[in-house]
Design a protein around this ligand. Structure first.
Ligand code: AMP
Ligand code: MG
Length: 435
């Protein structure tokens, strides 16, 4: 395996650790980490949000038979065409003879002959001989002059209308899902529709994390002078669970090389990734940096972004290492922009993340300096004119966690962009999606 330095040289030829563009940092982090290799076989329900480790090939046609897409009558299209041609416009409508009915799960057990039809409900198998469904709204049951029942068809649909064809959803023998897919509710249903009961998924990565800082107090302690409660471990816990990994909380570690060494070594022994917050900024004691560099191969970056400039990335033993800044908003921004895509790769995901960034007009002017990517916290909502627009959530300091709580999106102001005028389009990354 490449060293980190070799990997970076191949990945980013023009590498400046002191002014690293966001895209380069993301590419290095997601490209350098290794996917887990152990597989677990789970019942379908337990596989929600896990990553598929096998190819799913359809063992059957779904649906298994041609069936009715609407309530109505199964007919032979040739009857309708022949009769319509015979009688011409203005002539009496087509009359067919009903010979039975079919419901979902209860097929009609006969053949539809010329001039005949079968009452069908949605989902019913199309009886042999029939090839089209006439919707019930354009049919009328009547009594013929000879006393027999008839069905008057006022409108003749084209051949094959209102049918769901066998194999239309999934054809037998075709690949349905490829390994590396994150399983959402739709995929659970898709797999169930094939009659499969269990799914092979990759083991969930174990991610150890801890906060560093002599000023940090834990919940239950009284705040001393200059102390703050440790909040990063709680946001990280939430973000890690949402990212589908197994979090391992190693608590708060003081800015003390011996304590840090012990904790980092313990983490490297059993985690697939290690995340720390605090202690990577330029002002922090050099012994922390040299310790990290000694325990593994770690690059220290100043990323051209705001918030979240300082960050360390590398490897300790077999574990990927992410040293995030201490500021609570910076922790969240760097997690979502760098750690999450890398964790997706460690989890075995192979599909490039869908870029759900939207272009939305800003309600207000935004200050922005070219030369760094900014992640301002925004609220996107629909105005009475039907247009979605985005506003800032007040104070944007990197310690103001309230700005994340009030926001429903990041307003991403790209590297080269300058000030934004009210009404200008800006890129918005929504926090929540449907599935
Ligand atoms: P650092 O990156 O260690 O210099 O920390 C930057 C700022 O973030 C300082 O004001 C810290 O007090 C604050 N901070 C660091 N870690 C945490 C944490 N776990 N919870 C809340 N605030 C923190
Ligand atoms: Mg600190």
């Amino acid at each position: 395996m490449n060293t980190l330095a070799q990997f970076i040289a191949g990945c980013v030829p023009d590498y400046h650790p002191d002014a690293l563009p966001v895209d380069d940092a993301r590419r290095i982090a997601a490209g350098y980490v290794m996917p887990v290799s152990e597989v677990e076989r789970l019942p379908i329900r337990a596989a929600l949000d896990r990553v598929l480790a096998e190819a799913i090939i359809s063992p059957i046609d779904v649906p298994a038979h041609d069936n009715a897409a609407m309530d109505g009558y199964a007919v032979r299209a040739a009857d309708l065409v022949a009769r319509a041609a015979q009688t011409g416009p203005g002539a009496p409508s087509i009359v067919l003879r009903p010979i039975g009915s079919a419901f979902a799960g209860h097929p009609f057990d006969g053949l539809v002959g010329p001039g005949e039809c079968v009452r069908v409900m949605t989902g019913a198998v199309i009886p042999a001989g029939a090839d089209t469904v006439v919707v019930q709204e354009t049919c009328q049951p009547i009594t013929l002059p000879d006393g027999r029942e008839g069905v008057l068809v006022a409108h003749a649909p084209a051949r094959g209308e209102n049918l769901r064809l066998a194999g239309e959803d999934l054809a037998c023998g075709r690949p349905v899902l490829t390994p590396g897919r994150r399983l959402r509710p739709a995929e659970l249903g898709l797999i169930a529709s094939l009659g499969m009961g269990t799914i092979a998924v990759w083991r969930r990565p174990r991610v150890a994390f801890f906060s560093t800082g002599d000023e940090l107090a834990s919940i239950g302690q009284t705040l001393g002078a200059g102390q703050v409660y440790d909040s990063n471990r709680y946001t990280l816990h939430g973000m890690l669970l949402r990212a589908g990994v197994e979090p391992i909380d190693l608590g708060v570690v003081p800015d003390d090389p011996a304590a840090l060494r012990t904790t980092l070594q313990e983490a490297a022994g059993h985690a697939d990734a290690i995340i720390t917050s605090g202690g990577v900024s330029v002002g922090e004691a050099d012994h922390i940096r040299s310790l990290m560099a000694e325990l593994g191969e770690v690059a220290f970056w100043t990323i051209a972004m705001r918030p979240g400039r300082p960050m360390a990335f590398g490897r300790m033993g077999k574990a990927a290492f992410f040293g995030l800044p201490g500021n609570p908003v910076a922790v969240m921004v760097t997690f979502y922009q760098f750690v999450q895509p890398a964790l997706a790769r460690i989890s075995g995901e192979t599909r490039a993340p869908t870029d759900v960034a939207l272009q939305v007009p800003s309600r207000e002017a935004l200050r922005k300096r070219p030369g760094r990517t900014e992640y301002q916290r925004g609220i996107v909502s629909r105005d009475p004119d039907g247009q979605s627009r985005v506003s800032l959530t007040g104070q944007q300091g990197s310690g103001v966690l309230r700005s994340m709580s009030e926001a429903n999106c990041f307003i991403v102001l790209e590297h080269d962009r300058g000030n934004v005028a009210a009404g200008d389009l800006v890129t918005v990354q929504p926090f929540e999606g449907l599935a």
